[in-house]
Design a protein around this ligand. Structure first.
Ligand code: ADP
Ligand code: ZN
Length: 678
């Protein structure tokens, strides 16, 4: 069976995401494969689709029960026979699964790893006709990783016993883990390896220096009211106070950390998954097991511990591919805290050095002078152009040659034998008259008062950036006193210069109260109406909202306003089953909400552009299914058509910029000829 029609009819997607097609082909062909894809890259499709293309049962091993249930629910909703077998199943449920298996009705069987241990499972799986094993979160087989699951070691044994192909998936990229997976799951037999890029272009990246963190987080959340988000906090106490503050500000919010009872933790996970618009203030314990595709934002109230942790945490946002935003707050205290944590940890020295390196990479990202995505991807070994979708691309920072003040700061530290923290060193540079300075005779140092060109706040920014660039490190044995690193030596000696940001305090307010919406102002009321319909349907069915349709699908509906089931079938995420089940309900919402005339058209009324708009619309309707009437239905959003009528592009290139390549291919010629007629 061919992959693309299935992709459309069952999953409702009109194209593969980058990298998916090759993996699907390989898995469907029965090759052993290991695919490394970032979270949200669309891994599950890479085994679900081949499962439908191949005969027999596909066994899916996954460590997370909630995640498995969710996938099974989603598949059933799309009309696919999927079952799960976990320790949470009742006797009857298990019985029902076995009998469905014996009737040969099951396409996908999800199984928790601990089930593999129970006697007889292997024989039953063989009898059921398992023809492919898919392993999700394959890094759980790595004994050195954080997520090690001893039962994963049985998978290799099972593969050998059944002698079927195996497809392993993980988002963990490092080479050692990869080798372990090959060794343990494939028994050393080399699989075909796919390594998919790490970019998540729909996630907007931003950092801000802590100013008044609670206010910053409330401001960020306030501008995104009603959207699901996570606030990661450095401490358990902070999760509770922030959740409280968010509730007081009128949000629906709760806290989550490892110190809570298992029951309360599960309840929070369940609510987050199910509700539309809940905010969870959490420690990093809130992570594995969160499989919500429509998390619209992730904020860090405190700096994460490394660049990998940062990437993983922000990566939980926007897995459905719709726009998502992030904000990471940091300050000198965070840097000190993270350094100390590493230094005082129990890891062996070479491990500690590596951890400092990972923290440095994150700090470099925080203090970056150019595109953040470029910096982030380059850490993962990928080259990229400036992204145009991060805070620094939005507003390039002002920078200055900071060689002189940096040398002054280093010299102040050295002349006081590296026994002091930033506060006292800044007092020396500013020539302040304090008790501590007098007591130690620091007013007679040659550096005393040499830094008066900058004020206290500016000096704090310089010291913070110096820590960020790893020129200074707090020494835990000296109560956090700053010590110069080797990296700083060339600057001190005048062999190197350094550029710093003028100040990042101002940027902290960049997240102003401007409300961020997912669609234009005109389409927003319709989007809310569609979401309300979705919520009602989800509650009726007792499933999370995104199981009905994800945000991206609703956004496309709001923007293109389909008028028939045919139009509706062309929307991404609307497969045959869902069309049948929900198509009419959503069409009714669109018909009810959309007045006869789209607001974009109404605004052109009485102008020549209005008539032009109508002609474009008519031409578009004619070509909605392509020249021969068999193509996939397609249309431009009303706002885009209005723009075309106003701007009247002259040639294909110009038109393509307005309506995009795919639409230009279908409508380009017709539109241009209408525009030429005037
Ligand atoms: P992960 O790689 O993290 O397991 P998932 O498989 O859960 O990611 O996919 C993330 C989201 O992307 C899901 O909401 C899924 O429906 C969506 N998705 C996957 N493949 C496609 C595609 N080809 N087109 C559009 N959306 C897709
Ligand atoms: Zn950028």
């Amino acid at each position: 069976m061919n992959a693309v029609p299935l992709l459309r009819d069952v999953f409702g997607f009109d194209s593969f995401r980058p990298g998916q097609a090759e993996i699907v082909d390989a898995v469907a062909e029965g090759r052993d494969t290991l695919a490394i894809m970032p979270t949200g890259g669309g891994k599950s499709l890479c085994f679900q689709l081949p499962a439908l293309m191949r005969g027999g049962v596909t066994l899916v091993v996954s460590p997370l029960i909630a995640l498995m249930r969710d996938q099974v629910r989603g598949l059933r909703e799309a009309g696919v026979e999927a079952h799960a077998m976990t320790s949470g199943n009742t006797e009857e449920e298990t019985e029902a699964v076995w009998s469905a298996l014996s009737r040969g009705e099951v396409k996908l069987l999800y199984m928790a790893p601990e089930r593999l241990a129970s006697g007889g499972t292997q024989r039953m799986l063989r009898e059921a006709g398992v023809g492919l094993i898919a392993v999700d979160e394959a890094h759980c087989v790595s004994q050195w990783g954080h997520d090690f699951r001893p039962d994963y070691l049985r998978i290799g044994e099972l593969r050998a016993a059944l002698d079927v192909p195996l497809a392993a998936f993980t988002a963990t990229a490092d080479a050692e883990t990869r080798d372990e997976i090959v060794e343990r799951l494939f028994g050393g037999r080399k699989p075909t390896i796919f390594l998919r890029g790490f970019d998540r272009p729909n996630i907007h990246l931003a950092f801000a220096v802590k100013d008044s963190p609670r206010k910053q987080i409330l401001g960020f959340a306030g501008a995104r009211k009603g959207q699901s988000g996570i606030v990661y906090c450095g401490t358990r106490a902070r999760t509770e106070t922030l959740a409280q503050a968010l509730r007081e500000a009128g949000h629906s919010a709760c806290h989550y950390h490892g110190g809570m009872e298992a029951e309360a933790r599960r309840e929070t996970e369940r609510r987050f998954q199910q509700e539309d618009g809940l905010i969870v203030a959490a420690t990093v314990a809130f992570g594995m097991g969160i499989d919500k595709p429509d998390i619209r934002w992730v904020a860090h109230a405190d700096l994460p511990k490394s660049i990998e942790a940062y990437y993983q945490e922000i990566g939980r946002a926007g897995r459905d591919g719709a726009p998502a935003e992030t904000l990471t707050l940091f300050g000198p205290d965070d840097i000190r805290f993270r350094r100390t944590q590493i230094d005082e940890g129990l890891a062996p020295p070479e491990r500690r050095a590596a951890d400092h390196g990972r923290l440095n990479a994150l700090l470099g990202l925080a203090e970056a002078l150019g595109c953040r995505r470029q910096a982030l991807l380059s850490y993962f070994g990928e080259e990229a152009a400036p992204c145009g979708h991060c805070d620094l691309c939005d507003t390039p920072p002002e920078t200055f040659d900071a060689t002189t003040p940096v040398r002054m700061a280093l010299s102040a530290a050295l002349r006081t034998e590296e026994w002091f923290g930033a506060g006292h060193l800044i007092d020396i540079l500013l020539g302040a008259d304090t008790e501590k300075i007098r007591a130690r005779g620091h007013e007679s140092l040659p550096t005393y008062g040499v830094g008066r060109d900058y004020d206290k706040r500016q000096w704090q920014a310089i010291f913070r950036q110096m820590m960020g660039h790893d020129l200074f490190r707090p020494d835990p044995e000296r109560h956090g006193a700053l010590r110069m690193t080797e990296k700083a030596r060339p600057i001190l000696r005048g062999e190197d210069t350094i550029t710093l940001r003028k100040d990042t305090i101002r940027a902290a307010r960049g997240e102003g109260p401007k409300v961020r919406t997912l669609v234009s102002e005109e389409d927003a009321p319709l989007l809310s109406a569609l979401k309300a319909k979705r919520r009602a349907l989800a509650e009726q069915a007792g499933v999370p909202a995104y199981i009905i349709f994800n945000d991206r699908t609703l956004i496309e509906m709001a923007e293109t306003r389909p008028r028939s089931l045919d139009d509706m079938a062309g929307i991404g995420g609307v497969g045959a089953k869902k069309l049948e089940r929900y198509g009419n309900a959503f069409l009714a919402v669109i018909a009810g909400e959309a007045e006869a005339m789209h607001p974009s058209r109404r605004r052109l009324a009485g102008r020549t552009e209005g008539a032009l708009y109508d002609r474009l619309l008519a031409a578009q309707a004619e070509l909605a299914r392509g020249d021969d009437g068999t193509g996939k239905p397609m249309q431009c959003p009303a706002g885009v058509l209005a723009r075309v009528s106003r701007q009247k592009p002259r040639d294909m290139a110009e038109l393509e910029r307005l309506i995009g390549e795919r639409h230009a291919e279908r409508f380009g010629e017709a539109f241009l000829s209408i525009l030429e007629d005037g």
